[in-house]
Structures are given as structure tokens and as C-alpha cells.
Design a protein around this ligand. Structure first.
Ligand code: MOS
Length: 766
């Protein structure tokens, strides 16, 4: 193992902080913020696996989770805790004529009832499931029974459910978003081939295994909140504001969580309602969504209608790309970048997009794993294959010919981009298509399709970590982030172990408590590892530097000759001492390191890239599709834990399979109420749906991105899958599917359309 030089603290005062303005990005939304950064002066580790980083590590809390010992919010049981049930609007749009809470208040076990006059509750709901009244009782059954006793009379109103109608009427959340570069019309005029199509995507629910839930307890003048959340610190801020408390009077705890996928970025009314009921009763109060509530009001990936155009010269050079996007956001929410892939993926001079944020009487959308880009990649990458067919050009070659070498929007250089390498690695899988097609028979047609991935994932400051090194030579990493379930704890432990030259089993990681650690990143926007990893490394390096100073004095060596490896302090001129021998002399003394996340590279665009290739078999008689194999290669900089990373890719692809084939929230087209309320009706993929998945990483550190060179991987794998499958279906059968989910009806419709196209072509003599 090579000696690793720990750089001395860079020039001047080690505590010197810098105030700078930096660009902050979450889910593609950029803002400028002031941050104070400490020097981020550590050299990146060399490319490739190190002692611990870059080597597969099983989850350090895997056994705890598997044995049921890990305490999720769903497991929190406090003495005297009350349970909540909500009266939610049964109508998509209605007005209360009358509400009487009296019978409910007198029901057995009931401790508090609140109605529409209270904030977070309403008498004029604008979507099904909007909370109207809430009951806290000794048991959930009592609370639910009391809700049934609320005397209520509704005046039903006509709901607005159609996104195009909403746009016509001007029912929007904010304004339509327009983007243009170059001259779109001229680009169309210059083209030899123009293709256009309409694509649609469905409303999807996140359905994390642990539903959204909170337990709130007032202690003195402060509020403790156990919350299943992707963003401990956002919840703290929002609660402090709502209850007019100093920020740190609110403590948010999320030790373990059962997934989120974006549904738990925001907190939902249930958290505030639990806090309010706890305030009124003086008791801890739980408010947990049932699976049915989760399927209605926990947020969703909004449905879209996308009309897209692509134009190219006969050599494949794109001359114009355009899109109009109708996004059914529901009653609240924000407009994700559905046009993002079309704007960012290819080098095209003339681009024009319009996105409409339709405000409807439907439950509010929420971020969902690469919001916008999943939908936008579906239309763009399917359209590109149609264009390739028209041009009689290999789809992979078409993508290479329009490769972007700098940011397509403002010309900034990429901090790193290895998409061409992804294409190179995907090529052998892509080239198998002739052989795959040859395995077709009368009924089952086989084919191969590919699609590219682009997304954010830079992470950013502020994010902090502390590292505590004790006399036993063991390390505690302390930071108040949440582990959404991806293995963030494990990755942080690996980074600290690497920096301190210790084996992984000497590292503990404390997360999940805003009162027990410094500010940490949200677990969203593929930002946790990219934000927190560099902070943990900086904190570990701070502790390592102190350890080396102490060792240098103790053993009378020069600091610059000492390094940490294999649990030892090693001197380049001979001699090595176990770390615990040095920390041991401190007895109860501790070495305390702290670190912060450095800024992202100024003037550069940090993005993630990838390619997926799908092999499918289609039964042209029944429309059944079997995905037989998916190859995925992603470029997200340095991989910290190849095992965890692989698991992310598999998870993203499996979730994408649900989005491609089976998952859809169905709404009653007249009443606007949700029909798919349970996991019987809302069909998540199961292991029976999972194909062979082969996954690779480019695994080259981004030289410009902090002390790690790692980008986020949470969202990228779900982005290209549906389009790769759609293109494979086209390759196999000629059927051009346009709507997600790809049902058998959709396949049969597209097959029929393809046959008619063929017949027309055949009818015209060549
Ligand atoms: Mo994300 S969709 O910010 O969890």
C-alpha cells in the first residue's frame, strides 16, 4: 500500500473561513447562496480502489435492519402517546355546508378534536384527501371511530381535472416556463428530416415501505419530532416557523427510514397536525398515513402530455429540438424540468420549449426520483430512435454525432463528462441486437433498445461533519443527516476509515438527530453522498492531522514523514505504532475533527451521465412484454462503495420497470377521486418482474469536484430505462409505443398502427 501524504493545513490560518457566493442546485432548481467555506484543500485520492473506499462493503447497519432492531419512525412508541386519525375530503372540490365535531369529541378515548378553523385544515378542499378535521385519541381505532362520528355535510363542486383545459383557462401554478436558444423555425427549415410525436406519462405514487409519519412531543418550550423524512433540517426550519420557535427549540429525529423517493422531501400536513395536537393535549402524538392515504395525498410524479419535435440533416446533425409539455401538478407543487433532457443532452443549436404547470383539483405532486427528467427522457429518447429510423442511421451513432462537449445552455465546460466512454462500453451490448432479433419466432419478437441518461447530482455546501477519535483508537462520525436507506452511513464510514487509515469496523456513524450533530444535506436530488462525503473526509483529515502532530511529538519524528495506514502511524524513515497506542496516552482525552463541504467548481456545469441498453421479448399476439436483460453504465465520478452503488442502479431500474409497465394512479375522470388506493390496485414491480441486470461504472473521479470527485447516483438509474425499453419494443416489432405505462392495450394499438404503416408503404410502388 502506498504511503499517503497528509497535506499540512494550507497557507496561513487554519481557521480562516471564506465567505463566497455559490450556486446551489436541488432537483435542477438553481439558487445563489452565500456560504462560508473552510479551505477544501485535500488532494483527491488517486483513481481506482483505495484500502476501503472503492471496495465493496456490506451495509454496516445491515444486521440491525434485517433483525428488526433498527428503530424507524413507525417504531417510535412514547409513554402516553396519542394516535391521530384525519377526516379528509372525500371530494376533489367541495365546500363544507356544515360540520359538527361534538359527537366526535365525546367519543371514548378522544383527547382532542380540531376542525377547519385550524391551520392545515380546511372547509373548502381542492383535492381529494385534503385534511378537514383531526382527532387525537388513546388508540388509532378510537381516533378512527371518532372521525366517523364527525357530522358533516358537503356541497360538491365541479372539479377541474383536464390539464389542457386548465391551461386554456389559465389555471396554472406560477407561469408557463419558456426556453429558447438559436432559431427553432430556421432549424426546422434547414432539416432534411423532421419527426414529431406526442408522448404521455402517467401519475405515479412513491409508495415507500414506511408511509409518511410523524411523532411530535412538546418538552418544556421545545418540540421533539420523530419524522420519516429526507430532510431533517428543512423540517426543523418549517416547524420553527410555523410555531414561532427559535430554530434549535425544534429537534428532528430520523434514525432510520423506510424509503422516500422524494415523497419525504417536504413534510406534509400530518407533521404539523401532530405538532398542533400535541400542543393542545400536552401528550406525544403520532400522525401516520395509512397505505390508502399514502396513495392519495403523499405526493406523486405528475402526469404529462408531451408534444416533441426533432429535426436533423441527412448526416444526423440535429438542427432543431422542440417540446410543449402539459404537466398535471395537482392543486399545489412546482414545475419539474420535463424539458431538461431535451435542452441538455444533445448539442443542438436551435431549441424551443414551453412547459405548462397545470393547476388541477388533484392531490399535489412531489419530487419523485429525477422529477421531470424521467418523463422528458422517455419522450426525447424514443423520438430520437424514430429520427434515426427516418435517417436510416444507427441510433447509437446518431447520439454520438450530436455529442455535447460543453454545456448546451450556456457553454460552460463540464466539470467532467464521460458519456462517450459510456457509449463505448455500451456498444458490445448494443451490437448484440442482430443476434437477439434472430432469436425471434412467430409469436415472440425480440429486440434491443438504448437510451442516454443526463441529470444533476453535484451536491453542495453547506454540509458539516464531526469526527471523534477515542483512546481505544475507534472513530465516531457525527453528522445530522438522514440515511434514506441507500447506505449513506456505510459510505461515510468508508470515507472516514480511508482517511484515517483504519479498518471499516473501527468506525461508528451517528446520524439522524438535529440536536446531536451539525447541519447536513437533504437526502434528495442525488446529493447526499456528494454533499456529505467531502465534509466527512475533511473532518477525518482534521482528526488525522492532529493525530499525526501528537505522534510526531510522542515518538520524536518529523510530521511530514508520518502517515496513517492499516491502523498504524507509519514513519517513512522506519517505525510504526498502532493508532490506539497514541490515542491511549490521552486516556479520556479525545481528538475532535471537524469538516465542511467545499464549494462546487465555479463556472462549470456538474452533471451525471449514463447509458442503458434493454433486451425485450414481445408477444405480438397478446401484447405481453418480457424484459430479459438490462445493461447499465453510469458516470457519476468516483464510486465509494461499489456494492451500494450497484444496489442503487438495480433499485432504480426495478422502480423504472414499475413505471414502464405496471404502476399508474388511476383517477375517476368525473369525480377526480383516486381509484388505486392499495397495493393490490397500484402494482409495484415484484422480483418476478426483474430481469438480468448488468451494471458498470466509469468510476473516474471528477477532478474539479471537491476532495472526493464523487457525484450522486440516487436518481440517474431510473431516467433512461423506460425509453430503452420503448426503443427495444420498436426494434423488436416496429410498434411505436407512446404512453406510459406500456400496457398490453398500448402494445396492441402500436402494433396495429405499425402494420397499417407497413401496408401503406407496401401499397405505394417503389
Ligand atoms: Mo428527490 S426526488 O429530491 O428525493
Amino acid at each position: 500500500m502506498p504511503l499517503r501524504h497528509l497535506p499540512a493545513h494550507p497557507g496561513g490560518d487554519p481557521d480562516l473561513a471564506r465567505l463566497i457566493k455559490t450556486e446551489k442546485e436541488v432537483e435542477g432548481r438553481y439558487t445563489e447562496t452565500w456560504i462560508v467555506v473552510e479551505e477544501d484543500a485535500l488532494d483527491q485520492w488517486p483513481e481506482g480502489p483505495q484500502s476501503v473506499v472503492g471496495r465493496p462493503a456490506a451495509k454496516i447497519d445491515g444486521y440491525e435492519r434485517a433483525r428488526g432492531e433498527a428503530r424507524y419512525t413507525a417504531d417510535v412508541l412514547l409513554p402516553g402517546m396519542l394516535q391521530t386519525a384525519l377526516l379528509r375530503s372525500p371530494h376533489a372540490r367541495a365546500r363544507l355546508r356544515r360540520i359538527d365535531l361534538k359527537r366526535a369529541s365525546q367519543a371514548p378515548g378522544v383527547r382532542a378534536v380540531i376542525g377547519p378553523e385550524v391551520q392545515w385544515l380546511t372547509g373548502e378542499p381542492n383535492y381529494e384527501g385534503e385534511p378537514v378535521a383531526a382527532v387525537a385519541a388513546d388508540t388509532f381505532a378510537q381516533a378512527r371511530d371518532a372521525v366517523a362520528l364527525i357530522d358533516v355535510e358537503w356541497e360538491e363542486l365541479e372539479p377541474l381535472l383536464d390539464p389542457e383545459e386548465a391551461v386554456r383557462r389559465g389555471s396554472l401554478i406560477g407561469e408557463a416556463r419558456k426556453y429558447a436558444r438559436g432559431d427553432f423555425e430556421r432549424g426546422l427549415a434547414e432539416a432534411d428530416v423532421v419527426v414529431e410525436a406526442e408522448y404521455r406519462t402517467q401519475t405515479l405514487n412513491h409508495n415507500p415501505l414506511e408511509t409518511n409519519q410523524a411523532v411530535c412531543e412538546w418538552r418544556g418550550d421545545g418540540l421533539d419530532v420523530y419524522l420519516s423524512t429526507q430532510a431533517i433540517w428543512w423540517a426543523r426550519n418549517h416547524l420553527a416557523k410555523a410555531f414561532d420557535l427559535p430554530l434549535d427549540k425544534v429537534r428532528v429525529i430520523c434514525e432510520y427510514m423506510g424509503g422516500g423517493f422524494g415523497a419525504k422531501d417536504g413534510e406534509g400536513d400530518h407533521m404539523f397536525i401532530a405538532a398542533e395536537l400535541a400542543r393542545r393535549t400536552g401528550r406525544p402524538v403520532r400522525c401516520a398515513m395509512t397505505r390508502r392515504e399514502e396513495n392519495i395525498v403523499a405526493g406523486n410524479r405528475n402526469a404529462t402530455i408531451q408534444r416533441v419535435v426533432a429535426a436533423a440533416r441527412s448526416d444526423g446533425t440535429l438542427t432543431a429540438l422542440g417540446g410543449e409539455y402539459w404537466c398535471s401538478l395537482g392543486w399545489e407543487g412546482w414545475l419539474p424540468s420535463t424539458s431538461g433532457p431535451l435542452q441538455l443532452l444533445y448539442d443542438c443549436a436551435n431549441v424551443r420549449t414551453t412547459e405548462y404547470p397545470a393547476k388541477l383539483n388533484l392531490p399535489p405532486m412531489a419530487a419523485f426520483r429525477a422529477p421531470g427528467f424521467v418523463e422528458g427522457a422517455w419522450s426525447l429518447e424514443c423520438l430520437l430512435d424514430r429520427l434515426a429510423a427516418q435517417l436510416d442511421l444507427d441510433p447509437l451513432e446518431l447520439r454520438r454525432r450530436n455529442y455535447a462537449n460543453s454545456d448546451t445552455v450556456d457553454g460552460r465546460p463540464y466539470s467532467s463528462k464521460n458519456l462517450m466512454e459510456c457509449y463505448r462500453r455500451a456498444e458490445p451490448h448494443w451490437n448484440k441486437r442482430h443476434e437477439v432479433r434472430a432469436r425471434s419466432d412467430e409469436t415472440w419478437k425480440r429486440g434491443v433498445g438504448m437510451a442516454s441518461q443526463i441529470w444533476y447530482g453535484a451536491g453542495g455546501p453547506p454540509s458539516y461533519a464531526w469526527v471523534r477519535l477515542g483512546s481505544d483508537g475507534r472513530v465516531n462520525v457525527v453528522t445530522a443527516m438522514q440515511d434514506i436507506g441507500t447506505g449513506t452511513r456505510t459510505a461515510m464510514a468508508q470515507i472516514a476509515a480511508e482517511e484515517l487509515g483504519l479498518p471499516l469496523d473501527r468506525i461508528e456513524v451517528q446520524v439522524g438527530d438535529s440536536a446531536r450533530g451539525p447541519y447536513a444535506s437533504v437526502s434528495g436530488g442525488s446529493s447526499t453522498l456528494a454533499s456529505m462525503g467531502p465534509a466527512v473526509r475533511a473532518a477525518a483529515a482534521d482528526a488525522a492531522r492532529q493525530l499525526i502532530e501528537i505522534a510526531a511529538q510522542r515518538y520524536d519524528r518529523e510530521e511530514r514523514l508520518l502517515s496513517l495506514q492499516g491502523g498504524q502511524v507509519v514513519s517513512a524513515d522506519g517505525g510504526s505504532w498502532p493508532i490506539e497506542e497514541i490515542t491511549g496516552i490521552l486516556e479520556d482525552g479525545q481528538i475532535l475533527g471537524k469538516g465542511g463541504r467545499g464549494p462546487n467548481p465555479a463556472g462549470m456545469r456538474v452533471l451525471t451521465f449514463g447509458v442503458q441498453v434493454a433486451e425485450v421479448a414481445v408477444d405480438i399476439e397478446t401484447g405481453e412484454v418480457v424484459v430479459e436483460r438490462i445493461y447499465a453504465v453510469h458516470d457519476v465520478g468516483r464510486i465509494i462503495n461499489p456494492l451500494g452503488a450497484r444496489s442503487q442502479v438495480e433499485g432504480g431500474i426495478i422502480q423504472a420497470l414499475g413505471h414502464t409497465f405496471s404502476e399508474v394512479r388511476l383517477d375517476d375522470p368525473h369525480s377526480g377521486t383516486v381509484l388505486t388506493r392499495t397495493l393490490d390496485a397500484y402494482k409495484l414491480p415484484t422480483i418476478a418482474d426483474v430481469p438480468e441486470i448488468e451494471c458498470e461504472f466509469v468510476d473516474v473521479p471528477d477532478a474539479h469536484l471537491t476532495n472526493l470527485g464523487s457525484k450522486g447516483l440516487g436518481e440517474p438509474p431510473i431516467i433512461p430505462t423506460a425509453a430503452a425499453i420503448g426503443n427495444a419494443i420498436r426494434d423488436a416489432t416496429g410498434a411505436e409505443v407512446t404512453s406510459l405505462p406500456i400496457t398490453r392495450e398500448e402494445i396492441l394499438r402500436a402494433l396495429k398502427e405499425a402494420q397499417e404503416r407497413e401496408r401503406e408503404r407496401g401499397a405505394v410502388p417503389a
